[in-house]
Design a protein around this ligand. Sequence first.
Ligand SMILES: Nc1ncnc2c1ncn2[C@@H]1O[C@H](COP(=O)(O)OP(=O)(O)OP(=O)(O)O)[C@@H](O)[C@H]1O
Ligand SMILES: [Mg+2]
Length: 176
Amino acid sequence: MLKLVERVARSNAAVLTTGESGTGKELIARAIHHYSMRCSRAWVDLKCAMPPELLLESELFGYEKGALRGAAATKPGLLELSNTGSVFLDEIGELPPRMQVKLLSLDGEPYYRLGGTRKISVDSRVIAATNADLEKALKEGSFRRDLYHSVAQVEIKVPPLRERTADIAPLQMSAR
Ligand SMILES: Nc1ncnc2c1ncn2[C@@H]1O[C@H](COP(=O)(O)OP(=O)(O)OP(=O)(O)O)[C@@H](O)[C@H]1O
Ligand SMILES: [Mg+2]
């Protein structure tokens, strides 16, 4: 897995890390950014499970002054802030259906901030993580297959520690 991490880091591929809770998906995602050509650029973290949906949308795409209640000033979205760097879509399995569509239609295309009239272009690398059973979600239709293919150009399955017990001792050492 670490060899794959090293190899994939240097590419610009969209990577999805999957595995049980606490296995180190975020750690691996950060390692990919760290070993990539974008390492000196932004690392922006979006919690896809964040309710309510409008907040998630405005976090990701940003908004213009007055576009929403309480939008006293224009705010760039996390996508914009991750330009030339990486955007980490954490818990992507929790993304509501409408946001899945919005994200899919993005696919490197310019987009509007909420209430915006000027298109924003970004060049961000997508790295995502999920502990959800995406296979099941894909079968049930609650997660879009086209979005899955776009965010999981490479999928890295992070095994739980009980399947790599040899890692326990070095981890204990590093925790000291
Ligand atoms: N190989 C490792 N070496 C040192 N610390 C690790 C390692 N793997 C995971 N950790 C630590 O374990 C904790 C959980 O890791 P991480 O947040 O990456 O897991 P996760 O898979 O994203 O979990 P969740 O599904 O709960 O979000 C973190 O505090 C992280 O620093
Ligand atoms: Mg995590």
